[in-house]
Design a protein around this ligand. Sequence first.
Ligand SMILES: Nc1ncnc2c1ncn2[C@@H]1O[C@H](COP(=O)(O)OP(=O)(O)OP(=O)(O)O)[C@@H](O)[C@H]1O
Ligand SMILES: O=P(O)(O)OC[C@H]1O[C@H](OP(=O)(O)OP(=O)(O)O)[C@H](O)[C@@H]1O
Ligand SMILES: [Mg+2]
Length: 288
Amino acid sequence: MDTRLRIAVQSKGRLYDETMELLGESGIKLVPVKRTLLVPSRNFPVELLFLRDDDIPESVASGTADIGIVGLNEVLEKQMNVSVIKELGFSKCRLALAVPQQAGYDGIEWFNGKRIATSYPVILQKFLADKGIKADVHVITGSVEIAPGIGLADAIFDIVSSGSTLVSNNLVEVEQVIDSQAVLIKPAATELSAEKQEILNELLFRIETVMAADGKKYVLMNVPRQSLDAVLALLPGMKSPTVLPLANEGWCSVHTVIDEKKLWGIVRQLKEAGAEGILALDIEKLIL
Ligand SMILES: Nc1ncnc2c1ncn2[C@@H]1O[C@H](COP(=O)(O)OP(=O)(O)OP(=O)(O)O)[C@@H](O)[C@H]1O
Ligand SMILES: O=P(O)(O)OC[C@H]1O[C@H](OP(=O)(O)OP(=O)(O)O)[C@H](O)[C@@H]1O
Ligand SMILES: [Mg+2]
C-alpha cells in the first residue's frame, strides 16, 4: 500500500476554512466524499483526519495522525507530547483574563479569592501559580463570557480576538496571558518514517511558498524615462525592480513585488512621480 501522511484537522469551526484554504493553495485536492472522517487526497500522498480541535493534540501524540493543524492554545492546554513545526499565521487570538467593567480592577492581586470561569484551566492555573494568586477556577466548555453576568463567576479567562464579545458582555480585558495562532504539530517523542518525512518536507515547502505570497502583489506600471529614478526610489522590491523598454522610446515598464500594505502607502507618490497605468496583481505562489 502506498504511504500517506495523515493530517489531523478540525472538522468544522474557526480553523476549518483557512486550514482547507492553505492545503488547497498548496495544491492538495481531496477525493470528493462527504461525511467521512478520513479523506484521502487525489493528487498528493496525504489523507485528512477530521476531528474536534480538542482531540487533535492527542491524536498526534498517540500516532493516530502523523501531524495536525490546531490552535496553539489547544496545544498548550492539552499538554500532550507534541512539538510545533510551523506557525501558520491564521486564527490569531489571545487567551486573556477579563473582568466586569464595574469590578474596580486594580491589578493582578484582585483575582485572589475570586471565581474565574474558563475552558482553559491548565493554562490559567499555571499563570495563577506563577503570579502567586489563589483563585477558584471554574471549568465551563462554552459561552464563558456570560458567566459573570449570570452570577456564575467573578471573572473569565477565554479567547479574545477583536474584543467585541467582551464588550457585548460588559467585560474588560485586564491580563493577556498567551498569544495563539494555528500551528502545525508533530509527535515530540517519535520520528516519522523516512517516506512520511519526505512527504512532510514537500508539504512544508509548499506551505512556505503559499505563506510567502500572502499579502504580496505583483505590481506593473508605465513610467516616463525621465521619472524612472524617482519611481525606483519609492519601490521596496524583493531584489531590484525589473525595468523593460516600451515601444514608445520615452517610456519603460517597471515590475516588482510589494506587500499590499506598503503599496497603499506609496501609490499616490508613484502617480505624482509620473507612473501611469499601475496594475497590482495577486500572487498565488512565491518561491524564494
Ligand atoms: N475569535 C477568534 N479569532 C481567531 N481565532 C479564534 C477565535 N476563536 C477561536 N479561535 C481559534 O480557533 C480555534 C477553534 O475555535 P472554535 O470556536 O472552532 O473551537 P471549538 O468550538 O472548540 O471547536 P470544536 O468543535 O472543533 O471543538 C480556537 O481554539 C482558537 O485557536
Ligand atoms: O474577541 P472576539 O473577536 O469577539 O472573539 C472571541 C470569541 O470568539 C470565539 O467564539 P466563537 O465566535 O467562535 O463562538 P463559540 O466558540 O462561542 O462558538 C471565542 O470563544 C470568543 O468567545
Ligand atoms: Mg474544541
